[in-house]
Each structure stands twice: as C-alpha cells, then as structure tokens.
Design a protein around this ligand. Structure first.
Ligand code: IPM
Ligand code: MN
Length: 351
C-alpha cells in the first residue's frame, strides 16, 4: 500500500488534482497497485479554515506519507495586502523546508505536436530537452529577513553542504542524460555565486565524463531564448531557478504541461509548475496535464517506472489527437475533466 498525501490547495488546484487522481486510479486498476489517497489543506484555503497556511495536521501527514501530490496555492485576495502576515505561499515554503526538499527538478521539453504554440520559432525549440535542477531550501527565500518602515533586506546565504548535495543530484541526472551540466550563477558579482562555482568546480574533478559549463544568469536568460538546445542539465540556486524555469516554460508551448518534483532524503513532493490560475477556478478549463505528468514523476520516484511510462504515453496520445484544453486547442477545446477522462481511458485500453 502506497500512502499518498494529496494537497489540492487553491484556485484550479482541486480540479487538476482530481484529474491526476483519476489517472492514478486507472493505473491502480490496470496494474494492481494499491494507493491510499488522503486529502489535506494547504495555502489560502488552509488560512481560511485553520488560520494557518500549513496546519500541523497537513505537515504530519506529509511526513508520514510515501509521497506528496500537490496542486497549487495562491489567491489574489492575499496579494494586494503586503502587510498581511499570513500568505498562502508560506505554506509551500515551510513544507519544502520541513520536508527537506532541497532539489527541485523541472524537465522542459518541446513536443513536436506543440511547436505552433510556442512564441519561439520552431528551429530554435525543436529537440529541446533539458532538466532544470533548482536548489529549493536555501538562498534569498530562506535567509534572515528584516524590514522597517523605510528599509528592508533579505539575506542570501549558502553553505558548502547545501551546494554539494544538490550538485550530486544534478550529476546523477547528467550521467543518465547527455552528460552536460551548466551552472547558472552571478559569480562576477555575488559571493554566494563564487562559493557555488568553486564547489561545483571541485566536484567536477571527480566526473571527467561530464562536461561542466558555467554561465552568468543574465546571459543564461538570453541563451534560453536564442539557443535553448545547448542545455542538458541546468544547475542553479533558488531564486535564479525560479526565474529561469518560468522563462523556459514558454519553450514547451504551454506552462500547463510542465511538471516538477521536489526531492530530499527519502521524500518527494510532486506539483505542476503553474500556479493557482484563479481566473479559471471552477470553470473546468485548466490544463490538467502538468499535474498528471507530475503524478508520473511521482510514480518514478516510487520505483513504478513502467506505470510512469504508461501515463506519459497516454498523455502523448492525447496531445497527438488534440484532446486538449483551450491553451492548446483554441478552436475545439476539451474541458479539464474530458482531458483526464481521455487519458484514463487510454491507460485502461491497451498500452
Ligand atoms: C514556484 C513558485 C513558488 C516559488 C512560490 C509560489 C512561492 O513560484 O514553485 O516556482 O517561488 O518557489
Ligand atoms: Mn516560480
């Protein structure tokens, strides 16, 4: 029995999570795998119900589960009040920290069926296949914060151990991919970046089979648009990774298909990259594929590789046959639940 803590969260979170659960239930039927799903509040809904974006019961459940499936958090009603002390995002940040999820993996691929949806030209994006490895529990997000009426500061701090452990993850993936790692930093200006570069350079000496490159983040932002094919594994710190991965998401044609995993020692949380998309809430129009592919990443983490492959294949078939929400099929869009139904059906049929 695999215990999955399910955290639907805010906005479209509950709708896209339902579709991922639907797909996982088809896998369960087809392949005889026993999942136990239990649901917990996080984010804005948890603030409304428990006055806490990450209630203790949610945190405990995540700690005691085999994996966490996460929807989205955020609600505009909290955004325009910078003085508000409770914010939905705190729930996710605390969860990452408490579970020790120090590496965030964000694969970015261009699908041939979706070239026309990217604002970038086809010859730039065809054959793009990269994995962004973003450090997730350090840097500016978690350094000491100060603020007064007239000034504010966020401390960016990294220690060598935090850099080494996430670099090891990047190395392991590079070895089973195209054997290239690009460290993105700002080592011409920042002390933290110089420590990153020195640490990664030291580790690189042990891995002569991997080609290590070093790139400043401003240049990387440009390279991501003019020549994204050059990237295999990207390794970077927390804030740079946040920004670069949203930028990279336009390559795939829709942010609605990008999945992610956040991993630490024996723990994993799986979530779509997009946010809570409040404008689409309860309209049954949001693309569930990012969440369904996140569920596929979760199965891989649980060593269910064949099952993960089956989900990915079914997703591909849905894209090929244009059974897609409006972001990918303007003229004849399917609803969120129709996309989930179709993918489930393909799984139950003969894959
Ligand atoms: C992400 C999100 C989060 C982040 C927010 C919601 C705190 O943008 O997962 O990329 O900045 O890490
Ligand atoms: Mn982000």
């Amino acid at each position: 029995m695999l215990n999955i803590a399910v955290l639907p969260g805010d906005g479209i979170g509950p709708e896209i999570i339902s579709e991922a659960i639907k797909v996982l239930k088809s896998i369960s039927e087809k392949r005889n795998i026993d999942f136990n799903f239990s649901y917990y509040d996080v984010g804005g809904i948890a603030i409304d119900k428990h006055s806490d974006p990450l209630p203790q019961s949610t945190l405990n459940a995540c700690k005691n589960s085999d994996a966490v499936l996460f929807g989205a958090i955020g609600d505009p009603k909290f955004d325009n009040d910078p003085d508000s002390t409770l914010r939905p995002e705190q729930g996710l940040l605390k969860l990452r920290k408490e579970l020790g999820l120090y590496a965030n993996l964000r694969p970015v691929k261009s699908y041939s069926q979706l070239f026309e949806f990217s604002p970038l030209k086809k010859d730039r994006i065809e054959n793009v296949d990269m994995l962004i490895v973003r450090e997730l529990t350090g840097g500016l997000y978690f350094g000491e914060k100060k603020s007064s009426k007239t000034s504010a500061s966020d401390l960016c701090e990294y220690n060598i151990n935090e850099i080494e452990r996430v670099t090891e993850i990047a190395v392991n993936y590079a070895k089973i991919r195209r054997k290239k790692i690009t460290l993105i930093d700002k080592a011409n200006v920042l002390e933290t970046s110089r420590l990153w570069r020195k640490t990664v350079q030291n580790i690189s000496k042990k891995h002569s089979d991997i080609n290590f490159e070093y790139m400043f983040v401003d240049n990387a932002a440009m390279q991501m648009i003019i020549n994204p094919k050059q990237f295999d594994v990207i390794l970077t710190e927390n804030l740079f990774g946040d920004i670069i991965s949203d930028e990279a998401s336009v390559i795939g044609g829709s942010i609605g298909i990008l999945c992610s995993s956040s991993i630490g020692k024996n723990r994993g949380l799986f979530e779509p990259i997009h946010g809570s998309y409040p404008q689409a809430k309860n309209k049954n129009i949001a693309n569930p594929i990012a969440t369904i592919l996140s569920a596929a990443m979760m199965l891989e983490f649980l060593n269910l590789n064949e099952e993960s492959r089956i989900i990915k294949k079914a997703v591909n078939i849905s894209l090929e046959n244009k059974i897609s929400t409006a972001d990918l099929n303007k003229n004849n869009p399917s609803t969120t639940s129709e996309v989930g139904d179709y993918i489930s059906k393909k799984i139950k049929e003969n894959l």
